[in-house]
Design a protein around this ligand. Structure first.
Ligand SMILES: Nc1ncnc2c1ncn2[C@@H]1O[C@H](COP(=O)(O)OP(=O)(O)O)[C@@H](O)[C@H]1O
Ligand SMILES: [Mg+2]
Length: 302
């Protein structure tokens, strides 16, 4: 066996040191490149994560907007379908009423005042005028009659609306009183639309009051007020009915929302639209002691 011969000289040592140095430099270069790449990747990942979060937020916003638009579209679709149907029905009803009204007028003219039927005929005449007027108003609104603003006194429209509903109020045994502020200035509004708004609110109040137990007084308090500081007119209708539960209150202005077995759910939705067309607001305040609907309109808004 030959022993391994190993020559240990200085040139070999230098080469080994040089080689080790080279390896070390290479390792350092590779390590720093690797660290740099890792750092870059981390930064990129963080940027991507932030970008993702931003996009996510934007997406959430778009989803909310889409949902709102979808609800609006469904509602307007429902409204226009119902409006077309209602306009058709109203047209069918108004024709016989016009004929009845013509005959009644004729009977009234021809009948001597002493006749036993003279008084009922006068009442029929009065009621058919009222019916015709109601139908005309409904038609104009359902057909989306263009708003026709003029300078008007709100108090006069309130009184007229209540006068048109005198029978309804009497039949339902509602004690109503008005407290109208005579300092209310004239406003620029559509009297037909305002009358429709007020009548809808009063009819709803009458219907709510009918739910009170027998013997309990049914009250409807209508008042107007001028807020001179903000140049606004407020018309409030306060009833002492059973009130509106919180979960119902959220929906009362939605089209086709009704808690009544034979309700249409159109009344307050129309009120809401018509008030909005006047640049105003309609609020509801309700509790176990009753409900108040307040219409707020600006003075001087055109
Ligand atoms: N004065 C009121 N008191 C209690 N509930 C009311 C009153 N006014 C409106 N509401 C509620 O608002 C709902 C929507 O009213 P509306 O749009 O006029 O439709 P409708 O009268 O056909 O039900 C009613 O069904 C009722 O639940
Ligand atoms: Mg109603």
């Amino acid at each position: 066996m030959n022993p391994i011969h190993f020559e240990f000289n200085s040139s070999n040592t230098n080469e080994a040191v040089l080689f080790l140095l080279l390896v070390f430099v290479l390792v350092v270069i590779i390590a720093s490149l690797w660290v740099h790449a890792l750092y870059q990747a981390r930064r990129k990942a963080k940027e991507l994560e932030e970008e993702l979060q931003r996009k996510n937020k934007e997406l959430q916003k778009v989803i909310v907007e889409l949902k709102t638009t979808q609800v609006r579209l469904i509602e307007s679709g429902k409204m226009s379908a119902a409006a077309a149907l209602s306009a058709g029905i109203l047209h069918q009803i108004s024709q016989p009423i016009t004929a009845i009204h013509g005959f009644v007028r004729f009977m009234k003219q021809e009948m001597p005042k002493e006749n036993l039927f003279y008084r009922p005929v006068c009442l029929m005449d009065e009621q058919s005028v009222y019916l015709k007027e109601m139908l005309d108003n409904l038609m104009t609104i359902i057909r989306h009659r263009k708003i026709q603003k003029t300078s008007i006194g709100v108090n006069a429209v309130v009184e007229r609306s209540l006068n048109l509903l005198t029978d309804e109020l009497r039949i339902r045994r509602v004690n109503w009183e008005t407290d109208l502020d005579h300092s209310v200035p004239e406003i620029f509004a559509d009297p037909v639309h305002l009358q429709q708004i007020f009548m809808n609110i009063v009819v709803n109040a009458c219907e709510a009051l009918a739910a009170l137990p027998r013997g309990q007084e049914r009250q409807l308090h209508v008042f107007s007020k001028f807020d001179s500081m903000n140049r606004k007119v407020e018309i409030a209708f306060k009833d002492n009915g059973p009130g509106i539960p919180e979960e119902v209150k959220k929906h009362v202005f939605e089209p086709f929302f009704s808690t009544k077995s034979s309700g249409t759910g159109i009344g307050l939705a129309l009120c809401h639209d018509l008030v909005a067309e006047h640049g105003g607001t309609i609020n509801v305040d309700s509790g176990p002691g009753g409900t108040t609907f307040t219409v707020i309109l600006s003075v001087g808004a055109s």
